[in-house]
Design a protein around this ligand. Structure first.
Ligand code: AMP
Ligand code: ZN
Length: 664
């Protein structure tokens, strides 16, 4: 046998043993035998560098150093998940999605692994790249570190799609975590606090040899790509397993929400026996076809839902209550607690939400309270230990005036929160509004951060976002920590924001209840700010998805002469207050009054492009077929129940080409 052949076989053999040991938990040779074989391979590779293989099992021990992690844009965005906490929440979710898809819905229940998410890209059966979630749109390339995790296959088994991404979670099993900590303590080092943070910190270590030493595991749960040859999430899991990935066996099919709940109840107890931590269950619609129909909100897939187990609770003393003022003037009471350990972090503060919440639980200063970590980052108080209440305790009086500007607070009937109405004079509102204006999803002003905004406001240089456009280098230079370069960057950043499209400007204005999605809808419908400013409440409510609450808030915003003046100034400075001419040119009224349902997969355009084309040409897109539907644009693979329904109601089916001709 020649050397190349020998290397190849040895690598394949070791790969196989790795798979048995780390993925299947079923070793067939001793560690000693494995080490001997690995050593043999290492020696051979050293003697024959001409046969280098970047995916050799010997590279599992690390060696590569990454100084700066490259940023990589995800081919498919990595979303977050919506959370639920009860059977009720799950039933509500089912009701919502049943309105959007045809036919019965089957679910896959998986455990929610608590670690760091990762996206792996494979090409022709080998690991090409591993990228962290980052902000969901782009993450860091951590390939060198991930290659040291032995349950991540560097080469795949059997037959596999030529190119795909697979998503998973890097976790640190409890046993390994405890071992690491014992070693650290023995060395006089501080123990790590919890497996999750340690796992995610590991991904960004510069020295991959260090990563190799940590007993990390990679658990996979989602395949992404085209032509994967699967029709459901469950088939995806099975395919991933066949290719050699570690896919936990817990995953199960469920035919109803009740079956989902059985799964949840079982694992709420059984999770304590698992080798790694889990904080909940993820429930996914099984059919990929239905998943596509359901799509995504701006944050999370509509076809998946996380169920969070009841978190651990601790009790501690409530020292004081402070009140925060948000950018919209909303007041949030915050409990300042005697610091206490909860699920691996130190808790010092908890949200009290609003006056009703304090009233309902009768929370008082000096009470012993139970704190719980729910879905939110900041924990909440769930009960008071009345038996331990001091005798001299006094009932909490909610504040009646703003803690910052002392204006009398108002409470709009039907709303939970109190507001400080001093819109133009209350400092945290002024700062908060400008911070929102410059934020990444709004005007994305580079060179200007949240703290600088506070500095600018305090120095009296700006008191609203229009003022930003008047700032000069000479004004900025005397400010604390402001060098010439940073002053220049700030001015350039502000200038560049004049190119930000109208819908984002509308979001940036910070009108209450006008989030990203609503801003898009309004921009599209009204096209120019003057038209929006003139719109009546009734008119606004006619717009898709705009309800009374939003309509009233928009009217309220533009009825303020101060706001109108600010908008006029923005207009003068050249901020985009209408849809660009080019965008307008792509829009027609050809499909005015027509309601379309899109179904199936298309050749020339993606489903989303198709929906956009419909809307750009004045049509509406609905999610299910009804008597009102004008046309169904049918691609390949259209759902049989949709077809039946269309036939029954006599709705015309259009092919992709028919449709494109229609708008030509
Ligand atoms: P969250 O960060 O709370 O919005 O939850 C979303 C994250 O849950 C994803 O980014 C994944 O990292 C993680 N996750 C853990 N287990 C699963 C699973 N079985 N399916 C999907 N996501 C999961
Ligand atoms: Zn105030």
């Amino acid at each position: 046998m020649n050397i190349e052949q020998q290397l190849k076989e040895l690598r394949a053999e070791l790969r196989e043993h790795n798979h048995k040991y780390y993925v299947l938990d079923n070793a067939t040779i001793s560690d000693y035998e494995f080490d001997i074989k690995l050593k043999t391979l290492q020696d051979l590779e050293e003697k024959h560098p001409e046969f280098y293989d970047e995916n050799s099992p010997t590279l599992r021990v690390g060696g590569a150093i990454t100084k700066n992690f490259n940023t990589v844009v995800h081919a498919h965005r990595m979303y977050s998940l919506d959370n639920s906490y009860s059977l009720e929440d799950l039933r509500d979710w089912e009701t919502r999605i049943k309105k959007l898809v045809d036919g019965d819905i089957e679910y896959v229940c998986e455990l929610k692994y608590d670690g760091a998410s990762i996206s792996l890209t494979y090409e022709n059966g080998t690991l090409l790249r591993a990228v962290t979630r980052g902000d969901g749109v782009q993450g860091d390339d951590v390939t060198a570190n991930i290659k040291t995790i032995k349950s991540v296959p560097l080469k795949l088994n059997g037959s596999y799609p030529p190119k795909f991404d697979i998503r998973g979670e890097i976790v640190l099993p409890l046993q390994g975590f405890n071992k690491m900590n014992e070693a650290r303590l023995a060395n006089g080092e501080e123990a790590y606090r919890n497996p999750r943070n340690t796992a995610s910190g590991s991904l960004k270590l510069q020295d991959s040899t260090e990563v190799a030493k940590r007993p990390l595991e990679c658990l996979l749960y989602n395949l992404k790509g085209t032509n994967l040859g699967i029709d459901s999430q469950f088939e995806g899991l099975e395919l991933a397993r066949k290719m050699g990935f570690k896919v936990p066996k817990a995953a199960q099919l469920a035919k109803s929400i009740d079956a989902v709940f059985e799964f949840v109840n079982y694992w709420d107890h059984a999770r304590h026996e698992l080798p790694y931590e889990t904080d909940g269950v993820v429930i996914k619609v099984n059919s990929l076809y239905q998943q596509e129909e359901l799509g995504f909100t701006s944050k999370a897939p509509r076809w998946a839902m996380a169920y969070k187990f009841k978190a651990e609770q601790v009790s501690t003393k409530l020292n004081t209550i402070s009140y925060q003022v948000g950018r919209t003037g909303a007041i949030t009471p915050v409990a300042n607690l005697e610091p206490v350990e909860l699920a691996g972090t130190t808790v010092k503060r908890a949200s009290l939400h609003n006056a009703d919440q304090i009233e309902k639980l009768d929370i008082r200063i000096n009470d012993e309270v139970y704190v719980e970590k729910g879905g939110e980052i900041i924990p909440k108080i769930i009960a008071v230990d009345l038996a331990r209440r001091p005798l001299d305790s006094v009932k909490t009086q909610y504040i009646t005036s703003c803690p910052i500007c002392e204006t009398t607070l108002v409470r709009i009937p039907g709303e939970a929160k109190h507001y400080c109405p001093n819109y133009n004079g209350c400092p945290p509102q002024i700062v908060g509004r400008i911070q929102h204006y410059i934020s990444r999803k709004a005007m994305d002003i580079e060179g200007l951060g949240g703290e600088t905004v506070a500095l600018l406001v305090n120095a009296g240089l700006v008191s609203n976002y229009a003022d930003l456009y008047t700032l000069t280098k000479t004004q900025l230079m005397p400010l604390e920590r402001m060098a010439e370069k940073s002053a220049e960057n700030l001015v350039t950043g502000v200038e560049a924001s004049k190119k930000i499209p109208f819908d984002r400007v509308l979001f940036a204005l910070g009108i209450r209840f006008v989030g990203e999605t609503v801003a898009k809808k309004l921009a599209k419908h009204y096209k120019r700010i003057d038209a929006l400013m003139r719109a009546s409440k009734e008119d606004l409510e006619q717009v898709d998805e705009i309800g009374v609450k939003i309509a009233e808030s928009v009217i309220d915003f533009f009825s303020s002469p101060d706001n109108v003046k600010i908008i006029e100034r923005l207009q003068q400075y050249g901020v985009q207050l209408e849809i660009s001419a080019q965008k307008l040119a792509n829009q027609t009224n050809k499909l005015q009054g027509q309601i379309f349902v899109v179904s199936g997969v298309f050749q020339k355009v993606s489903r989303n492009e198709l929906k956009k084309l419909i809307e750009d040409n004045g049509g509406k897109v609905a999610s299910s077929i009804s008597g009102k539907t004008s046309f169904v644009v049918a691609g390949d693979n259209m759902g049989p129940s949709k077809k039946e329904k269309a036939d029954k109601l006599g709705v015309t089916l259009l092919s992709e080409n028919d449709f494109l001709k229609l708008i030509e």
